[in-house]
Ligand binder design. Structure first.
Ligand code: NAD
Length: 331
C-alpha cells in the first residue's frame, strides 16, 4: 500500500484536501490536481499540479504513472449554485469526467473511484419531507432534479462501462451532504451546514438574532461529517465492490432543526426568518443497509459533534474576516 501512487483530483477543494491528508498519513504517494490550491491550509500532497481537467492533455498529465484515482474534481456548490447554473455545470463536469476517466484508461490506471451524489436520485421519490430513505436501486427510472445530478448519473454509467470493457476496476460512491471544517463557507457555493454556521456566527457577533432560512425550513436532509466521509471513501476503494454505494448519515433532520443545533453549538438563541430561496427536493435521506453490508461499517460521528467542530472553525473565519467585534466597539 505504501508504494501505491494515488491521484486525487479536486485536491484543492473541501473533500479532496482532507482526503490527501488522510492518504499521506496512511503512507501513500499522492499527487493532487486542481485548478486552484487549497484555500485554507497547505496541501500535504507529494506533488500538486494546477491543471484544468476539462482538457484531455491535462488529464493525461495528471494520471501519468498513477495506480489509483480518486476523481473528485467538479464545478459544484450548494443548492443556490446548483439550481442556477445548469449549462455551466453540465458542460464542465462532463468534460472533466469524460477526459479524466479516459486518460486514466490510456495511462493504465488500475482502480478508479468516482464521487457521485445523492442528487442523482429521482425527484418523484423526494416529494415529501418525511420520505423513505433512498436505496441504491431507487436511482431508476431516472429523474434527477438538476443538471448536476444528471451529469453524475451519466458519469456513473460511463464508469461502469469502462470497468466492464477495459482493464480498470471502478468504484462509485454517492455522497449525502458532507460537511466539516476547511470547506467553502461564503461566496455562493457554500452548502447548507456551512451557510448556517456562518449566519449564526454573524448573529452572535452582531447581536442581531435573526437568521434567514430558505423556505419554511421543514425540508429534510441527512448530513455526514467529513472524517466519516474520508474513512468510508478509503474503505470503498479497498473493497471489491463495483456498484454505486451510498455514503452518508441516515439520521434525517429538518433545516429548522439544523439551525437549532448550530445555535446550540454557538450558545445563542436565534430568531428564524423564513425567506424565499431555492430548497431542492422536499425530503432526502440515505438508506445505509448496503453500506453496512459492503463495508461492515457506517458513519460514526454524531451530527451534534460534527456541527460543533464545524461551527468553531467557521466562527473563527467570520471573526478573522469581518472583525465584527472590533467594528462594533470602534466608537
Ligand atoms: P469542492 O467544490 O470543494 O471541490 C471540487 C474541486 O474541484 C474544487 O477545488 C474545484 O476547484 C475543482 N475543479 C473544478 N473545476 C475543475 C477543473 N476544470 N479542473 C480541475 N479541478 C476543478 O467540492 P467538494 O465538496 O470537495 O466535492 C468533491 C466531490 O464530491 C465533487 O465531485 C462533488 O460533486 C462530490 N459531492 C460532494 C458533496 C458534498 O456534500 N460536499 C455531495 C455530493 C457529491
Amino acid at each position: 500500500m505504501a508504494n501505491k501512487r494515488v491521484l486525487v483530483t479536486g485536491a484543492g477543494g473541501f473533500i479532496g484536501h482532507h482526503l490527501v491528508s488522510f492518504l499521506k498519513q496512511k503512507g501513500y504517494w499522492v499527487r493532487g490536481a486542481d485548478i486552484k490550491e487549497p484555500e485554507f491550509a497547505p496541501t500535504k500532497a507529494d506533488e500538486f499540479e494546477l491543471l484544468d481537467l476539462r482538457r484531455w492533455e491535462n488529464c493525461l498529465k495528471a494520471t501519468r504513472d498513477i495506480d489509483e484515482v480518486y476523481a473528485l474534481a467538479a464545478d459544484m456548490g450548494g443548492m443556490g449554485f446548483i439550481s442556477a447554473n445548469h449549462s455551466q455545470i453540465l458542460h464542465n463536469n462532463l468534460l472533466i469526467n469524460v477526459h479524466t476517466l479516459d486518460a486514466a484508461r490510456e495511462n493504465g490506471v488500475k482502480r478508479y473511484l468516482f464521487t457521485s451524489s445523492a442528487c442523482i436520485y429521482p425527484e418523484y421519490k423526494q416529494m415529501e419531507a418525511s420520505i423513505a430513505p433512498l436505496r441504491e436501486e431507487d436511482a431508476y427510472p431516472a429523474q434527477p432534479q438538476d443538471a448536476y445530478g444528471w451529469e453524475k448519473l451519466v458519469t456513473e454509467r460511463l464508469c461502469t462501462h469502462y470497468g466492464e470493457e477495459h482493464d480498470m476496476e471502478v468504484r462509485i460512491v454517492r455522497f449525502h451532504n458532507i460537511f466539516g471544517p476547511l470547506g467553502t463557507w461564503e461566496g455562493g457555493r457554500e452548502k447548507a451546514p456551512a451557510a448556517m454556521c456562518r449566519k449564526i456566527a454573524m448573529a452572535k457577533q452582531t447581536g442581531n438574532p435573526e437568521v434567514e432560512i430558505w423556505g419554511d425550513g421543514e425540508q429534510t436532509r441527512s448530513f455526514c461529517y467529513i472524517d466519516d466521509c474520508i474513512t468510508g471513501l478509503h474503505k470503498l476503494m479497498r473493497s471489491d465492490y463495483a456498484e454505486p454505494l451510498n455514503l452518508g448519515q441516515d439520521r434525517m433532520v429538518t433545516i429548522n432543526q439544523l439551525a437549532d443545533m448550530v445555535a446550540d453549538a454557538a450558545g445563542i438563541d436565534i430568531v428564524k426568518k423564513h425567506v424565499q430561496g431555492p430548497q431542492g427536493v422536499r425530503g432526502r435521506n440515505s438508506d445505509n443497509t448496503r453500506l453496512r453490508q459492503v463495508l461492515g461499517w457506517e458513519p460514526e460521528i454524531s451530527l451534534e459533534e460534527g456541527l460543533a467542530r464545524t461551527y468553531q472553525w467557521i466562527e473563527s473565519k467570520v471573526k478573522e474576516k469581518y472583525n465584527v467585534e472590533q467594528y462594533l466597539t470602534a466608537d
